[in-house]
Ligand binder design. Structure first.
Ligand code: PGA
Length: 250
């Protein structure tokens, strides 16, 4: 069975609830008849509820950009998987490079969050990717292997089916520099090959690997034409309903 592509919007720390609602009002009609891809919108926590309400009946799924691994506890400022489930979120982005860079998240923590998301039946979109210095030093493959092994440590093949991985070369995020479809496809093959070793052929064959990093309406078609690329995680270009709809309708 071919892998169903997944196109996810990562709004980062943008949009008030009113702005999020306005986006949905304009975006949903543009994708009303779209069934080819799974569409996911990930607003900041304060807008998740309004966006879920707006998306009711539309087929667009709503996710969070982060979560804590614990169900509850004395973790000031954090949000738990139970809380996300309770308001109807279905997906969660984990280990985004901005979380790694600015909030000191590492593979070990991301691994705990991934196990928790699977336990709570949230579909995890787990991010990996090298920084520019690592690419220039020829270490891309080494970094991808280390991150893939680290985030998947101790996860059984029987639990792994929902996992989505996003390859996001850090040098391409928000910079306007997109990885060429070939660069992305090579990195995806490294990840899929490692998942094959860790979790077996069936999980690897069905694993969706998204590309993220300056995906725009004008490069989405070329990226999505690569058989190794199973969707996109879109930051900047997902903030505008027309632009995100163009990407979804590549
Ligand atoms: P960008 O962000 O599309 O703005 O490069 C992608 C991401 O950070 O997920």
């Amino acid at each position: 069975m071919p892998r169903k592509p997944l196109i996810a919007a990562n709004w980062k720390m943008y949009k008030t609830p009113a702005q999020a609602q306005e986006f949905m009002k304009n975006f949903l009609p543009l994708v009303a008849n779209h069934h080819r891809d799974e569409i996911v919108v990930c607003p900041s926590f304060t807008s998740i509820s309004v966006v879920i309400a707006a998306a009711t009946g539309s087929g667009v799924a709503i996710g969070a950009q982060n979560m804590h691994f614990a169900d509850e506890g004395a973790y000031t400022g954090e949000t738990s998987p139970l809380m996300l489930k309770a308001i109807g979120a279905t997906h969660v982005i984990l280990g985004h490079s901005e979380r790694r860079q600015y909030f000191a998240e590492n593979d070990e923590l991301i691994n705990k969050k991934l196990k928790s998301a699977l336990h709570h039946a949230l579909i995890p979109i787990v991010c990996v990717g090298e920084v520019l210095a690592e690419r220039e030093a020829g270490k891309t493959e080494q970094v991808l292997l280390r991150q893939t092994r680290g985030v998947l440590a101790g996860i059984a093949a029987s639990a792994a089916a929902p996992i989505v991985i996003a390859y996001e070369p850090v040098w391409a995020i928000g910079t306007g520099k997109t990885a060429t479809p070939q660069i992305a496809a090579e990195a995806h093959a490294v990840i899929r090959n490692e998942v094959n070793k860790l979790l077996g052929a069936e999980i690897a064959a069905n694993l969706r690997i998204l590309y993220g990093g300056s995906v725009k309406p004008d490069n989405a078609t070329a990226l999505m034409a690569e058989t190794e690329i199973d969707g996109a995680l879109v930051g900047g270009a997902s903030l505008d309903p027309q632009s995100f709809a163009k990407i979804v309708n590549y």
